[in-house]
Design a protein around this ligand. Structure first.
Ligand SMILES: [Cu+2]
Length: 701
């Protein structure tokens, strides 16, 4: 069949009810109904958001204040919104997969193998590229410039373009839920299974373009953050005075610069194979599939540290803040972070120990892998010693942090086991591995991101998150994680393969049922996070912390009002030590009225380039997936045209007059002076208006 000029290879078989109308048995019918329900859910959710925006006249403000904004704080918040929206889908898919595996005994269940394959592929792709990555990019975007005393990132427009690329990738995965199918090749998209001769449909192409768009965005973010940390630090903010979160952001950003391009190359070459009949990865055509494995894991292993290091930064801030102490072993934490970043590039072969390389090579990569546990262990001890003899407050971020400490160490130990090639031969491709990496990524990355979200939410919106619902969500996450993934370790040891749609081994059933219960708890945890947000918005008067320092913070972002103004600092701060804001507070001060008076502040003017990239990027990915060549050409032309047009924009900056800054600062300072200070024991009560009694003072009274 030659592709249609207008619609390419898009036809009725792509519609979400196709599987139902074509169903030949009960299983196919059930599977089709699940797929249709998911598609409907996505469409209804999108329509509901559109309806609410229309009713509240939100489109104008959404465009003016958010979509086109180049403010690093707003871009950061938008990244986190994308992450939460995609998290809802990723967790729902996980629950459906657990349901299938619990019902899958004796060939039962609700999903066809093909549908199940699409589910674990979208789940992995979404969780890595469209939950974890946007979440950490959003947190770094929001927090890091304030922590180093900067006004913005180095390249604000590029920042918006990166967000646009990430949104385009996410949108493409969402569209694949309605205009089906997605790839069944897993999140790593291994050829030859993803080559055109094995999967001729649109699925792998969706995967290729979604991943390519988002990895381009991440490369650009990495460059942007690295340059920002090197160039935009305020006076006195030497590298060894930076908060730990900035250090981990820096190492993560450098990893992004070096690890993302191999992925882009891998997906690009796979596209050449699929679209133009190249044979880069086909063995019988003169190519080599191992080339893909090497390229993919040269990205994929550092990627796990791209995901974990920002969380390590959050944990450092959380342990130190809620223990009322400076971080223990600052220098060793910095060193450990750098060691992890470097070592992460030396271990990728452990992802294919069983693919036939020599035993010596496996031994080298096994040992390299195990050495990563040394700097990681250093970090664990530093965090524990930060709590030692501190005045620890068990707040919501601390609940996640303590859960992390216990669970992450367990997951790390299963990692050391897997690093041994001979053990890996026994358990590879079983659920043991699935348990291991979820054990690292959920308590490690995801708990860290949620803890960071809870910690910095007041700085973004001016009010705290409700802590009762916060505890409930944290408890459900921890219990749900344990129930869902510990059984998988056992199932893996019992020999249950990963990605299994059905089985005939009765002994596995009780454990798959336990895992299903765990998945249920995690679904409830995500719902609890939603309720928490709704409750907090309703109670925002009681939870307001306008003065801006609700947790007796130590780094510079807490010196700013909440929400932080567009220009961050009224004048460039000067720092003369670590824990810059804590030092100021010890000297009895806030950021004082600038001696030279206030000056005009230049901020980047709003730009439509980011949203244009988001829309045209989505269209380009969709068009390439379905061979709609005119649309592909048009969308690329729009992006290139927008870039050229941008070159002619002369007034890219906007000035905020000194009077505005002064009025804002004076009002905030008056509020701060009139607001009673609150002890840390009262920080969860309405008395907390964001004006903390510093730890040092509290001890002396
Ligand atoms: Cu690895």
């Amino acid at each position: 069949m030659t592709p249609d000029i207008l619609l390419g290879r898009l036809d009725a078989s792509a519609l979400p009810w196709h599987e139902i109308t074509e169903a030949e048995n009960r299983l196919q019918l059930l599977s089709g109904i699940v797929g249709l329900a998911a598609a409907l859910l996505a469409v209804v959710a999108a329509l509901a958001v559109a309806a609410i925006l229309t009713r509240r006249r939100g489109w104008g403000p959404l465009w003016r204040d958010w979509a086109t904004s180049l403010d690093h704080k707003k871009i950061g918040i938008m990244y986190v919104v994308v992450a939460f929206a995609m998290l809802a889908r990723g967790v729902a898919e996980a629950a459906v997969m657990r349901l299938q595996q619990a019902l899958g005994a004796d060939g039962g269940g609700i999903l066809t193998p093909d549908h199940f394959g699409q589910l674990f592929s979208t789940h992995g792709t979404i969780m890595i590229f469209f939950v974890a990555m946007p979440f950490l990019t959003g947190l770094i975007n929001f927090v890091m410039p304030m922590q180093i005393g900067a006004r913005d990132v180095s390249f604000p427009l590029l920042n918006s373009v990166s967000l646009g690329l990430t949104v385009a990738g996410a949108a493409l995965v969402m569209i694949s839920l309605v205009i089906q199918p997605f790839s069944t090749g897993g999140w790593s998209g291994y050829p030859p299974f993803t080559e055109i001769s094995f999967q001729p449909g649109a699925g792998p192409d969706y995967w290729i373009w979604a991943v390519t768009l988002s990895s381009l965005g991440s490369t650009l973010s990495g460059i942007n953050f690295t340059v920002t940390i090197y160039k935009e630090r305020c006076e006195g903010m030497r590298l060894m005075r930076m908060p730990m979160f900035c250090w981990t952001s820096l190492c993560t950003s450098i990893l992004m610069i070096f690890a993302m391009p191999p992925l882009t190359v891998a997906t690009g070459l796979l596209a050449l194979d699929r679209y133009l009949g190249f044979h880069v990865f086909t063995n019988d055509g003169g190519g080599n599939v191992m080339l893909f494995a090497n390229l993919f894991w040269l990205f994929g292993h550092p990627e796990v540290y791209i995901l974990i290091l920002p969380a390590f930064g959050v944990w450092s801030e959380v342990f130190s803040t809620f223990s009322g102490k400076g971080i223990y072993g600052y220098f060793t934490l910095v060193l450990a972070t750098m060691c992890i970043a470097v070592l992460s590039f030396t271990v990728w072969v452990h992802h294919f120990f069983t693919m036939g390389q020599s035993a010596d090579l496996n031994a080298v990569f096994g040992i390299a892998t195990m050495t990563i546990s040394i700097p990681t262990g250093v970090k664990i001890y530093d965090w524990m010693l930060t709590m030692y003899r501190g005045r620890v407050r068990i707040t919501v971020p601390m609940v996640y942090a303590v859960g992390f400490l216990f669970l992450f160490v367990l997951g790390g130990m299963s990692g050391v086991l897997l690093a041994n090639p001979s053990i890996d031969f026994q358990v590879h491709n079983t659920l043991f591995l699935v348990a291991h990496f979820h054990n690292m990524l959920i308590p490690g990355t995801l708990f860290g991101m949620i803890a960071g979200y809870t910690l910095w939410f007041p700085k973004a919106f001016g009010f705290r998150l409700d802590d009762r619902w916060g505890y409930r969500a944290a408890g459900l996450w921890i219990v749900g994680f344990i129930l869902a993934f510990f059984p998988l370790y056992l199932l893996g040891l019992m020999g249950m393969p990963r990605r299994l749609v059905g089985f005939f081994e009765e002994g596995w059933l009780p454990l798959t049922l336990a895992a299903l219960a765990g998945a249920g708890c995690i679904v409830l945890a995500v719902i609890a996070l939603g309720v928490q947000l709704a409750v907090s918005i309703r109670r925002r008067e009681a939870l307001a912390v306008p003065v801006g320092d609700p947790w007796d913070g130590r780094s510079l972002e807490w010196a700013l009002p909440a929400p932080a103004p567009e220009w961050n600092f009224p004048t460039d701060p000067v720092v003369n030590g670590r824990d810059a804001f804590m030092q100021l507070k010890r000297q009895g001060g806030h950021l004082d009225r600038p001696e030279g008076g206030f000056g005009d502040i230049r901020v980047p003017r709003e730009s439509a380039i980011g949203p244009i990239v988001a829309v045209a990027g989505t269209a380009a990915g969709f068009a390439l997936t379905w061979y709609i060549w005119w649309l592909a050409a048009l969308s690329v032309a729009v992006i290139v045209g927008a870039m050229i047009a941008r070159g002619f924009v002369r007034d890219a900056w906007r000035t905020i007059p000194a009077a505005t800054v002064e009025a804002h600062w004076t009002a905030w300072r008056a509020l701060a002076d009139a607001t009673p200070r609150v002890r840390r024991s009262d920080e969860l009560r309405p008395a907390n208006r964001g004006h903390a009694v510093p730890a040092a003072e509290e001890r002396s009274t």
